[in-house]
Design a protein around this ligand. Structure first.
Ligand SMILES: [Zn+2]
Length: 68
């Protein structure tokens, strides 16, 4: 086992081409999470959808807001 191997905190897979900038999420001094690019993509897509639902574009707000 290579001690340098980093495993993804979400899917437990070994992270290929680990990049400390891209795959390392620092929450605070004591909490650091390693995420593989696959999970980052899924996470971004998931959050993106939620953000899109919660915060619709200004155009949508204007459209629905003007009906009140
Ligand atoms: Zn992962």
């Amino acid at each position: 086992m290579n001690p340098e191997e980093k495993r993804c905190i979400l899917c437990s897979k070994i992270i290929n081409n680990y990049d400390s900038n891209f795959n390392n999420l620092k929450i605070d001094e004591e909490h650091i999470a390693n995420l593989c690019s696959e999970c980052i993509d899924k996470f971004m897509a998931w959050q993106g959808e939620i953000v899109a639902k919660l915060f619709p574009t200004k155009a949508l707000k204007k459209r629905y807001g003007s009906k009140k």
